[in-house]
Design a protein around this ligand. Structure first.
Ligand SMILES: [Zn+2]
Length: 152
């Protein structure tokens, strides 16, 4: 937090410079200009990140067991699986859980539940699941894996 608030001229300029910096890096990273909508979205995501800190399994992502599984997944499947399905080659940087583990260690560490994604696909998956309340991931037969899916 800024101890002097946003009233001071220097601080306002600094904040504007920071925002411009964020906008520039967003252009670099996503290849599209940052709109007011994505700026708001970014603030919401920061809020979500704070909320998620309350969940004890957030710490699992720092465990050696997870770091090893994550490295293994990204070395075996280095490309984003969803982009690959559409014929696009994009480097994966995130290991997604096909079925959200919600604190289930077995699901968290199950290699069959790991999916290599790029950051933008991972964000899209996370938002869709949050809005829907269940995952639409399917098994080899095409049936939804998530027990909370209406088909199950
Ligand atoms: Zn992707």
């Amino acid at each position: 937090m800024h101890p002097q608030g946003h009233g001071s001229g220097n601080l306002t300029e600094l904040c504007e410079a920071n925002r411009a910096g964020i906008r520039r890096s967003a252009v670099f990273y996503f290849g599209a200009p940052m709109t007011d909508r994505t700026a708001k979205h970014r603030r919401d995501r920061t809020h979500d990140a704070h909320r998620r800190e309350a969940k004890p399994w957030r710490r699992w992502y720092k465990r050696a067991a997870w770091l090893r599984l994550r490295a293994l997944q990204l070395s075996e499947v280095p490309l984003c699986e969803r982009h690959a399905a559409a014929g696009d080659v994009v480097l994966a940087t995130v290991v997604n859980h096909r079925v959200p583990h919600r604190g289930d260690w077995a699901l968290f560490t199950d290699r069959a539940n790991h999916e290599s994604l790029c950051e933008s696909c991972h964000n899209a998956v996370a938002q869709a699941e949050e809005a829907r309340g269940y995952s639409v991931a399917v098994d080899a037969t095409g049936w939804p894996i998530d027990p909370r899916h209406p088909a199950n």
